[in-house]
Design a protein around this ligand. Structure first.
Ligand code: UFG
Length: 339
């Protein structure tokens, strides 16, 4: 059973990927500093899998500690790198924290991978690299643009670092960068899911917390955009579908003919507005939902959704769950959290 190191493996997308790796016959090894995750995720994973997943409490910017993990584990077949900060607003206020963690973490990881002759890397990127796209849907050929937050810039620069490493031909490291659209939902068991710290920034956890009575009401950030109903349009992809894309990316890197740097959009290919999400959530939860219309949020892209042709053809990627089913799984997870 091949070992795959999953940095940020106790996080939201990381934990679902750990599960899918195990389901596909790999041995996932978690590396996480628990700065934005909770150890109870490990219990959820163990409950689903019937065994404990090995976890090292290590920060990816700590080269010596990371090296120790590689030495202890021995043969590592590949790495999936999730560990990064991701709050857009916080990154505007504290850019240094973001550049330090998200870039130093990647560079340190690459150095340790090279020293240990580990060659295959799947990198957690974001559709934020497309900025405000001129044409929709966005393909991988859509030009990247100046990022509208330091967080977004770290993803853009990290992709460039990986591209330079590949182009040099000197490190033997091959990367697939997955550009995620908006991940939502939770594993059907409701034993793992998203655990936002404090007030959620993202739409779906804010909705489920409102429905659970933790928040009073959702504010829809603007209905005066040039979109069908005036609210922002996004591509909401179920986290389990997204997690599975990481497994196929690892399998693709294992093929001898795989190229040194590739990017793939991972979304559903469908745009949904904020108001569509609210309506779908009402259906999924079976009860009316309390929201109000507010002003625009600074920095929001009016509309973005993916063309997933490349991921469909090359990775065999497909989405198995509708928006309503995805929201139903988020709601089930929220209800489980309340118990
Ligand atoms: N929204 C609301 N009210 C809220 C929260 C969100 O109306 O309380 C709206 C936003 O304005 C946006 C949509 O819901 O239109 C989705 O917002 P999220 O914050 O959930 O997601 P974003 O699309 O803003 O951000 C996501 C990722 C970021 C990434 C970005 C790139 O969370 O990491 O996509 O576009 F940088």
């Amino acid at each position: 059973m091949q070992k795959i190191l999953v940095t940020g493996g106790a996080g939201y997308i990381g934990s679902h990927t750990v599960l899918e790796l195990a389901n596909a016959g790999y041995t996932p090894i978690i590396v996480d500093n628990f700065s934005n995750s909770e150890e109870r995720v490990l219990q959820g994973l163990a409950q689903i899998l019937g065994h404990v997943v090995v976890c090292h409490k290590v920060d990816c910017t700590d080269a010596a500690a990371l090296q120790e993990v590689f030495s202890q584990e021995g043969d590592i077949a590949g790495v999936i790198h999730f560990a990064a900060f991701k709050a857009v607003g916080e990154s505007v206020a504290e850019p240094l924290k973001y550049y330090q963690n998200n870039m130093a973490g990647l560079v340190t990881l690459l150095q340790v991978m090279e020293a240990n002759k580990v060659q295959n890397l799947v990198f957690s990127s974001s559709c934020t690299v497309y900025g405000v796209p001129e044409k929709l849907p966005v393909t991988e050929e859509t030009p990247t643009q100046k990022a509208n937050s330091p967080y977004g810039n770290t993803k853009k620069i990290d992709e460039e670092i990986l591209q330079d490493i590949a182009a040099s031909g000197n490190y033997g490291i091959k990367t697939i960068a997955l550009r995620y659209f908006n991940p939502i939902g939770a594993h059907e068991s409701a034993l793992i899911g998203e655990l936002p710290l404090g007030v959620p920034n993202n739409l779906v956890p804010f909705i489920t917390q409102t429905a659970a009575g933790i928040r009073e009401s959702l504010t829809v950030f603007g209905t005066d955009y040039d979109t069908p109903d005036g609210s922002n349009v996004r591509d909401y992809v179920h986290v389990v579908d997204l997690a599975k894309a990481h497994v196929t990316a690892i399998q693709r890197l294992e093929k001898p003919a795989s190229v040194a740097f590739e990017v793939f959009n991972i979304g559903t290919g469908q745009g949904s507005s904020v108001l569509d999400v609210v309506k779908a959530f009402e259906k999924a939860s079976g009860k009316p939902f309390n929201y109000k219309i507010g002003p625009r949020r600074a920095g929001d892209v009016p509309a973005i959704y993916a063309d997933v042709t490349k991921a469909t053809q090359e990775l065999g990627f497909k989405t198995s769950l509708s928006l309503e089913e995805s929201l139903a799984s988020s709601w089930k997870w929220q209800q489980q959290l309340m118990k």
